[in-house]
Design a binder for this molecule. Sequence first.
Ligand code: NAI
Ligand code: 15L
Length: 263
Amino acid sequence: MKRLLITGAGGNLGRMARSRLTHLAETIRLSDVAEMAPQTSGEEVVPCDLADFAAVKDLVDGCDGIVHFGGMSVENTFDVILDANIRGLYNVYEAARQTGCRRIVFASSNHAIGFHERETRLDADSVLRPDSLYGVSKCFGEAVARLYYDKFGIETAIVRIGSCFDEPKDRRMLATWLSADDFVSLIERVFAAPRLGCPIIYGASDNDESWWDNSKVAYLGWRPKDNAEKFRAKFAGDPPDEGTAPAVRFQGGGFAAKGHFED
Ligand code: NAI
Ligand code: 15L
């Protein structure tokens, strides 16, 4: 690739991708509405509010691929979600269509399916059950990605990321954890694939405890290698995940348990 755009480059995953994806393109264009470290060789730092279509079109112009991390990454008011994740997402896809960008990684979330119970094994065909307005915005993003594939042929890897942090932060994340190494290897696969299509991929490492089945996207050849099991002892003193409280019953954990943000 000549130029890869990473949105949300000032955030947690954006900073990780900035240091780990340089080999994918001659130039990495980094964008966020928040502050970013100054550009270095092989980088272009382009501040941009995703809610501003004209700015997003300029941002996307000249990019062969996009890793779309930008947006509100947890629950918030509808207005905040609307600008960052709904208008912002649409702007990225419409700019890609107008400027000829053909391949996107969309950071969807497990909160698009967070109201499924933990005993249910999900795959790419499972029904959406968002656990928050944030989750609803990811469902919208997935639908836009699908529309832009079916109608315009723009290929997207829809990655329902579990929990991508250095280490799991609680017992739930023993099932949802995605290591940075595994995420990087997935993004590499996505941009190397001769044909991508518009697959739904669960972004989790090869954890012993697992709620998600990626067999329908085996054609990508992605094989996560890390396993959160090595962190299990850290949570030995925590209360057991038993009973019917929403935080332990549903896959979305605390997002499913929380009341409505606007209340
Ligand atoms: P983050 O909150 O650290 O980074 C998101 C970045 O998007 C921030 O730097 C923020 O300034 C930027 N942003 C927000 N609104 C914007 C706007 N209107 N215009 C331009 N930039 C804007 O989140 P993180 O953890 O890096 O996640 C990245 C993406 O992955 C998010 O879309 C999130 O929903 C998704 N995701 C992350 C997971 C994780 O475990 N880290 C799990 C599931 C999904
Ligand atoms: C997400 O979608 C969030 O962006 C992230 O901060 C975590 O809360 C993650 O889901 C999770 O479910 O652990």
